[in-house]
Design a protein around this ligand. Structure first.
Ligand code: FEO
Length: 393
């Protein structure tokens, strides 16, 4: 991204990664991403807010050179993950007098990950302020978005919040600002689902602090800047609320067609009862899309055959993902076919054991499903529709 002056003496100096398609060797990035870094020139001191992924360090360095930045006093590290911190060593080589400003926990993490020396750090407590002369940075500890060391930085005079990953979106776009809501909303939801959803309850507290700060601009470390912060704040309030929708996520896989027949019957049965469905065949589905569907659905249904005495490995992997993402599901349904027994349902229940959900009576057919199996699937659909009436919107 070319340098942009977002306010007088406050610059976007980050990089867009148009071509990246995988993050953490796990998360698909269909829309690329960006690593946003910001330079703040105060009347006395200069601060860099976060850096960029090491693959893009050349762009950050070129931007600092183009701005003729002769000194950086502070490198604010809101978060230790390397897509924001990984270029700190390079910036320190160029500006050896700079201090790395971070939480005490981040100091530990950054020292371990980047092998930084003890003397480069200046740790800040929750609520601490740092003067740049005519500008003041205030630091708000916000642990677990999404690592334990994270903090938010607020530029008081301009009322700009730099929340690093919080409110981010993996979106490579030429739009510096999130004016195109249709472009930003799905990317922000995918990001929330994959990165922030496991910390939903902690984010409730952080949102309260953000609202108290009442920022005029929210400048995250991925994706566009919010010039209308209420859009992303209210969107987050919706996602983190306890409300669920009258929807079921159906994640399914079959080997020889029996589980497939059951799944098709069950999907129709739910639809006839007015339950919305989001269907994912596990050999073809993007895990980010499944995560997004889980943000507000009331129910998850896993459909798997029995393989080697347990669930199909892709169903096992999906269950593990759901357990890690901790969505606000209320109910889990299980269905599938087996031939000579096994523990498919028990294994999935064990994996999902950390979730506060009710696991409904599984429907397991021996071999190809028969009349009683289809009836059991209809009963399961009845139960889900009835329970959704109690809980879902
Ligand atoms: Fe964008 Fe947690 O790093």
């Amino acid at each position: 991204m070319p340098i942009k002056e977002i306010r007088e003496n406050i610059y976007y100096v980050g990089a867009i990664d148009w071509d990246r398609r995988l993050f953490d060797s796990l998360i698909p990035l269909p829309d690329g991403t960006s690593y946003n870094a910001y330079l703040i020139k105060g009347s006395e001191k200069v601060a860099l807010i976060d850096t960029v992924d090491p693959s893009k360090e050349g762009e950050l360095v070129d931007n600092l050179k183009a701005l003729e930045i002769e000194r950086i006093d502070y490198i604010v590290a809101n978060h230790g993950e390397q897509d924001h911190s990984g270029t700190i060593p390079t910036v320190l080589e160029l500006y050896p007098m700079a201090k790395v400003v971070c939480t005490p926990k981040a100091r530990e993490i950054l020292a371990d990950l980047l092998l930084l020396k003890e003397e480069v750090f200046q740790t800040v407590e929750d609520g601490a302020e740092l003067s740049l002369g005519d500008k003041t940075l205030k630091f708000v500890h916000a642990p677990w978005v999404h690592w334990p060391e994270t903090m938010l930085t607020f530029l008081k005079e301009e009322e700009i919040l730099f929340p690093c990953d919080l409110f981010g979106s993996h979106l490579a776009t030429s739009n510096l600002y999130a004016e195109n809501k249709e472009e930003v909303y799905p990317a922000a939801k995918r990001y929330y689902a994959e990165i922030m959803m496991p910390f939903r309850n902690l984010i409730k507290g952080h949102l309260k602090k953000v609202k108290e700060l009442n920022p005029k601009l929210i400048a995250p470390s991925h994706g566009p800047i919010y010039s209308e912060p209420e859009f992303i704040i209210s969107t987050y309030e919706d996602w983190i609320s306890d409300d669920v929708k009258n929807e079921a996520v159906i994640a399914h896989i079959s080997m020889h067609g029996s589980t497939e027949v059951m799944t098709r019957h069950f999907i129709n049965s739910l639809m006839k009862r007015g339950v919305g469905v989001k269907v994912f065949e596990l050999t073809k589905s993007d895990i980010g899309a499944i995560a997004m569907a889980l943000v507000d659905s009331a129910t998850l249904v896993l459909a798997t055959p029995t393989v080697l005495g347990g669930p199909h490995p892709l169903a096992l992997s999906a269950a593990y993902l759901v357990s890690a993402l901790r969505p606000k599901l209320r109910f889990v349904g299980l269905l599938g076919s087996y031939s000579w027994g096994g523990r498919a349902a028990e294994r999935i229940k064990e994996i999902l054991g950390n979730l506060n959900v009710e696991v409904l009576q599984p429907v397991l057919a021996k071999g190809y499903p028969k009349e009683e199996d289809f009836k059991a699937l209809d009963n399961l659909a009845d139960e889900i529709a009835k329970r959704h009436k109690e809980f879902a919107k």
